[in-house]
Design a protein around this ligand. Sequence first.
Ligand code: NDP
Length: 283
Amino acid sequence: MALLIDGKKISSEIKEELKTEVGRLKEEGISVCLAVIQVGDDPASTVYVGNKKKACAYIGIESRSYRLPEEVSQEELLGLIGDLNRDDSVDGILVQLPVPAHLNEKEIIRAIAPGKDVDGFHPENVGALSIGEEGFVSCTPAGIIQLLKRSGITIEGKECVVVGRSNIVGKPMAMLLLKENGTVTVCHSRTRNLSQVCRRADILVAAVGKPRFFDDSYVKEGTVVIDVGIHRGEDGKLCGDVDTEKVSRIVSAITPVPGGVGPMTIAMLMNNCVEAARRKRSS
Ligand code: NDP
């Protein structure tokens, strides 16, 4: 049976480390503050924002909430982001996505100062990752690297197959695995013979957004499977992009859903906030 990679435990370890560091920064007179902007009252977004604020409170990061009405204009939202960019007491700015359809998401992401873009979505941070320079990295793929490293799984020299090429998961995941000296293949909806390509993987990252899409025909013995997907089934239970029951019989390690990649995303967001404050110390 496969080893279950415990994202809950690893994310708790990271949060404890960050809590200690935030305490130390406070002693040096450096506080950490995250501004969270939510537009409208989508229940899922409210839950995500609530979880982020809870994690901030636990670690000792101040979180400031800005709840804007559903019908807020692009100008008003950009105005708020501009104010927060100029506010030296704010280290990180996060706009909870998705925003309502009348707003321009790309423009919103670009409006956040790259040095406060703790989600790592600004083109400057994305570019920095691709040329190996310092910058904020998208939290989910950054969390996956931590999951692998802290589970003692070597990336260097491994065949890594990433299925999904989104800007927030697939593409930055591929760049990070490459940075760790993996041999990386990126697959998407036009990839031919997908299961055959996936079976080459020593490390398979499944991020297609389709419940239980990957069965045992996509893996070989010894593969490490990272299941990024998160779905609520008709039975009310959460499941991932991978059919865990079938795949676990073959592979060497797998992340569960829930309790795998999910908790790591918030831990890495917290890490990015602390990183923003660390930079204040060195500047
Ligand atoms: P997107 O919908 O943005 O991207 C999905 C990707 O999968 C696309 O690149 C698409 O290809 C590819 N794809 C879709 N169908 C197939 C197929 N049949 N064969 C091969 N490739 C396919 O999703 P995200 O990257 O945002 O998220 C992926 C999953 O991860 C979702 O379930 C999401 O909920 C979850 N997620 C979980 C997080 C967490 O913290 N646990 C955080 C972020 C996401 P193409 O580009 O060709 O269309």
